[in-house]
Design a binder for this molecule. Structure first.
Ligand SMILES: Nc1ncnc2c1ncn2[C@@H]1O[C@H](COP(=O)(O)OP(=O)(O)OP(=O)(O)O)[C@@H](O)[C@H]1O
Length: 250
């Protein structure tokens, strides 16, 4: 049995009368990509918030390896080893790729999330940033300003920002959004290699990418996990087809 790195246990979150996540449990094991899919409004962002620390669950617990993260701040979770990318780009456009990646490392090392502080040319920042860019095959763009990058390259930088913090688990929120076939194929190839070092919880609407990448898939509908299994099992599950795949014309 592979080691469980991230574990969500019985997460409940209610907004007024709406049960946005209802008793959600799932785990992420070493070496895998676990995709979380579901129609709009299923509760995916609410779940991400509870994992990342921007939302407090009403009930339930979140663990990274053996450490409970439930009451921790976003910064504490990052320091513990939870890496994440965002649905909306968080990159500073005028700055170089390298500076963007270094800023995250600096924030983590200095225990401060003031991103605009000037970054020194410090090996403690440069080395992990460069290594992360190499893993995303972007070291040749290190000193290019972000505004000159293609959309696909920006996505690679966003993943590199998370990687530079040496995470134990990665939470990727719609990394394929807006990418054409070329960008999506490139990112798929990179994530396939990356998962062997850092397991990935992938929230993604691009079903082609999900079926290509995911070792396991959990399907969230109206706040509850209605199905869970490997890609083939999920593709063929009649409940999933009716509740989700039919709904998105996939
Ligand atoms: N802060 C909030 N206050 C009240 N209701 C909320 C809040 N955040 C989310 N909701 C509701 O909770 C439900 C789940 O929303 P959520 O954003 O988690 O879904 P989602 O699966 O991420 O959707 P999408 O794929 O469109 O991003 C929705 O009905 C949404 O309107």
């Amino acid at each position: 049995m592979s080691e469980v790195v991230l574990s969500l246990q019985n997460l409940h979150k209610r907004f007024g009368a709406l049960q946005a996540t209802n008793d959600v449990s799932l785990d992420l094991k070493q070496g895998e990509i676990h995709a979380l899919i579901g129609p709009n409004g299923a509760g995916k962002s609410t779940l991400i918030g509870q994992i990342a620390g921007s939302l407090r669950p009403d009930e339930g617990r979140v663990y990274l390896t053996d450490t409970e993260m439930t009451g921790m701040s976003i910064a504490q979770r990052a320091r513990l080893g939870l890496g994440r990318s965002f649905q909306v780009s968080s990159l500073a456009e005028p700055l170089s790729v390298m500076r963007n990646v270094m800023m995250g490392v600096q924030a983590l090392q200095s225990h401060s999330f003031r991103f605009w502080k000037p970054v020194a040319r410090d090996r403690n920042l440069l080395d992990p940033a460069y290594e992360a860019l190499e893993r995303m095959q972007l070291s040749h763009r290190a000193w290019t300003p972000v505004f000159e990058l293609s959309h696909g390259e920006r996505r690679q930088v966003e993943v590199a920002c998370a990687l530079a913090l040496k995470p134990r688990a990665l939470l990727l929120d719609e990394p394929m959004a807006g990418l054409g076939p070329e960008g999506s194929a490139k990112l798929t190839e990179l994530l396939e290699a990356l998962k062997l070092e850092v397991p990935i919880l992938l929230i993604e609407h691009d079903m082609e990418a999900v079926f290509r990448l995911a070792d396991r898939i959990s399907v969230l509908v109206s706040g509850s996990v209605i199905a869970h299994g490997d890609s083939q099992a999920i593709k063929q599950n009649p409940r999933v087809r009716e509740a989700y795949l039919g709904d998105s014309d996939a």
